[in-house]
Design a protein around this ligand. Structure first.
Ligand SMILES: [Zn+2]
Length: 257
């Protein structure tokens, strides 16, 4: 009789362990050729790089995927999703060699917008992607549909995943306030804030081609114009030269300017 109890106990422990292990998605990476192919075909930022920069981009991408787990919620994570998420993480800080994200360890991928599944305040842009707070600290949530759309559509000025990673970079100094102190030397923060408020006025008066969601707050302004800056830099330079120049200052380390 005691043997049976012992066997049952072992089986119960095995079942618990199995369930616990199954929940953890392994850190998988696309193979190198697949990764290069997806980058070369779909990631405009990567396409514009020199051969040497492309290599550095690929290395940064692999490092990111070694550290950050990507988990599908009611959806399957494909190689394309992994490459897009890592590319969106690398793009905003690519000029800052050796930059490492310390405030993210997991990305949850939902099939579509998740305002119904995950109760968050407000509507609009951030129901397509968000950076978690409280118990969700260090976790980013993205909509798979919008993640893919951000990269597969080569003519628009939006990219949800880049938007969310810019919030994360902004948050590095403790505040998601539109002034990314980790990137922008202090002396530039006042001119930058002044510029934000001028541009928000333009948006509110209907005289701008910047997504009106940028007028929500300073933090949203930074994230939205960064999408435009990284997706269509030539168009932004032509339509908003002053803003373009300030964004170049933000996203380029002082030594490289
Ligand atoms: Zn946002």
């Amino acid at each position: 009789m005691p043997e049976i109890i012992f066997i049952i106990l072992i089986l119960v422990i095995a079942a618990i362990l199995y369930t616990a292990l199954k929940k953890k998605t392994p850190l998988t990476q696309p193979d190198f050729q697949t990764e290069k192919q997806i980058l070369g075909e779909q990631v405009l930022f990567y396409k514009r790089l020199t051969a040497e920069e492309k290599l550095r981009f690929e290395e940064s991408l692999q490092l990111f995927l070694q550290k950050v787990r990507i988990t599908g919620v009611k959806t399957i994570v494909e190689d394309m999703d992994r490459v897009f998420i890592a590319a969106a993480a690398i793009i905003p800080i690519f000029a800052f060699k050796g930059w490492e994200y310390r405030n993210i360890h997991e990305v949850l991928l939902y099939p579509d917008s998740f305002d119904k599944d995950y109760h968050i305040e407000g509507h609009g842009r951030d129901t397509l992607g968000m950076v978690g707070n409280g118990p969700m600290q260090n976790v980013m949530i993205l909509s798979q549909h919008d993640l893919r759309n951000g990269f597969l559509n080569h003519t628009d000025k939006s990219n949800t995943a880049i938007h969310e990673f810019v919030h994360l970079v902004d948050k590095t100094d403790g505040d998601t306030d539109g002034v990314p102190e980790a990137l922008l030397p202090h002396k530039y923060s006042m001119p930058w804030l002044k510029r934000i408020h001028e541009e928000i006025q333009q948006i509110k008066s209907g005289k701008s081609d910047i997504n009106p969601y940028a007028a929500t707050s300073e933090a949203e302004f930074l994230a939205v114009v960064a999408e435009y800056f990284f997706e269509q830099p030539h168009l932004m330079k032509q339509k908003h030269p002053g803003l373009f120049e300030l964004l170049e200052q933000i996203f380029t380390p002082p030594a490289a300017q």
